[in-house]
Design a protein around this ligand. Sequence first.
Ligand code: DQA
Length: 144
Amino acid sequence: MKRILVIHGPNLNLLGKREKNLYGEVTLEEINKELKALGKMLKVLVDIFQSNSEGELVTKIQKSMGKYGALVINPGAYTHTSIALRDAILAVEVPTVEVHLSNIYQREEFRKKSMLADVVVGQITGFKVDSYLLGLRAAAKLVR
Ligand code: DQA
């Protein structure tokens, strides 16, 4: 069975409570349920990981090598700062879809730059929960 890892970065554990106008009312648990259900439909096995720590995220990406056919990642604020996450994705060569709940290109200037943009296959940004679900659909097609 094809395996896909979904990675949630920092502060995404607070979804449903944080900045609801931007990120919606849905909790991370609810998003994860929807991802698992869609995974069943698409016949892919979906594992899910969340961390607030950049190092833990890097380690998880490193360990994805040979284990997962594709990654879906919402790197949260590390999107805009993390050369380490970028390098990890480059190192493992696992095709990756970058997703964001909000549209990062319609917000503050500093959010318009993604350190990952040119090492991922593509970005889905601005569709709230659907960004993840569209991201999973894209990842399912990328699995080698
Ligand atoms: C986010 C956008 C980031 O700029 C922000 O720091 C987040 C969430 C999104 O999903 O819209 O934490 O990645």
